[in-house]
Design a protein around this ligand. Sequence first.
Ligand SMILES: Cc1ncc(COP(=O)(O)O)c(C=O)c1O
Length: 380
Amino acid sequence: MSTTGNTTRRIPLIPLIRPVIDDTVKQRVLEVLDSGYLTEGAVTRDFEENVRRFVGAGHAMAVPSCTVGLEIALRAFGVGPGHEVIVPDYTYPATASVVNIVGALPVVVDVDPETMLVDYDALERAITPHTRAILPVSLFGNPLDYERLDDIRTRYGVYVIEDAACALGAAHAGTRAGAACDAAVFSFHPRKFITTGEGGMVTTNSAEHAAWMDAYKHFGLTASTPREAATFTTIGTNAKLSDILAAVGLAQMERIDELLARRLALAARYTELLDGMPGVTMPRTTPGGTHSYQTYCIHIDRRDHIMAALRAQGVEAQIGTYALHRQPAFANPATCRLSGPMPGSRQAADHCLALPLYHHMTDDDQRHVVRTLAEAMRTA
Ligand SMILES: Cc1ncc(COP(=O)(O)O)c(C=O)c1O
């Protein structure tokens, strides 16, 4: 247990995630603080350029969170009142909330129970003349099938905005998450392996939409130098990411290949250790895809019991994510349309368990997690 002020909290023996905050990260933050320039500036530009290059997209814009980035991306593609946007049922609620925030109607469809990604057939069935965009999620780092999405985009004339919150480093058929759709948005929340504390990044290949989003996130400002020549071309907001936070992300982006390789190795080790364990089913990676293992999930029966037993032993297991149709926020048919039953999402929501996975995890840690899981499954 540790005591911070008046609050006492239990420190898990094996946490779900632990960010990589080394001396370089700390040094970069100090440099920004010492510079006296604390808002968005040159460091954020470098961070954007690093992410853009890594992903292979044309443009990248830093934002305060994935949620804000998704909202801005929807606005950039003209999504608003009178439009429908299709989202998967099994996702973090922000995916659907942003559709409501821009005044459009989220239309929720089921997911494939094995990949836990949107059911492409259900998605196509839900398309109507009002559908302006689809907002699929490359959940947990499992990439979407970008070829299939591009085919849907072309046949139905809808925009594809990828919720890539968890997908930095994921790829499908050689294309990285963030480079394939009309726009994609990443999260740098501390659950993600590259983190800025809070933060996000929008990527797109469209210069026109990038310019609009860039202006929108800077109060609608198009040219800012010299300051007296600034022109406000659109209504805008303040969605900048400060250089302080960008410094944290930039120092990690500079070693992303190593950080990602380590994650993939840890995930492969889990797969080896869990192979053949009775009662454990592995989710399926999208065929042709490279999973980035933002989250390492398994499917088990009696998930909540087993999760509680793991936590009691200091292993910070967690549920995967949420079934939107079970959340009160999406229960009003006037503001959210559920498209058909959701057996795939229910299956994922009831069975998915996320296991601890972080850069400095040792082989002993992983074997301890798997042993504790096996014990819990026998006795819980
Ligand atoms: C699928 C998905 N979308 C959106 C978000 C929201 O991201 P942020 O916290 O950066 O706003 C999350 C958060 O984890 C997420 O998992």
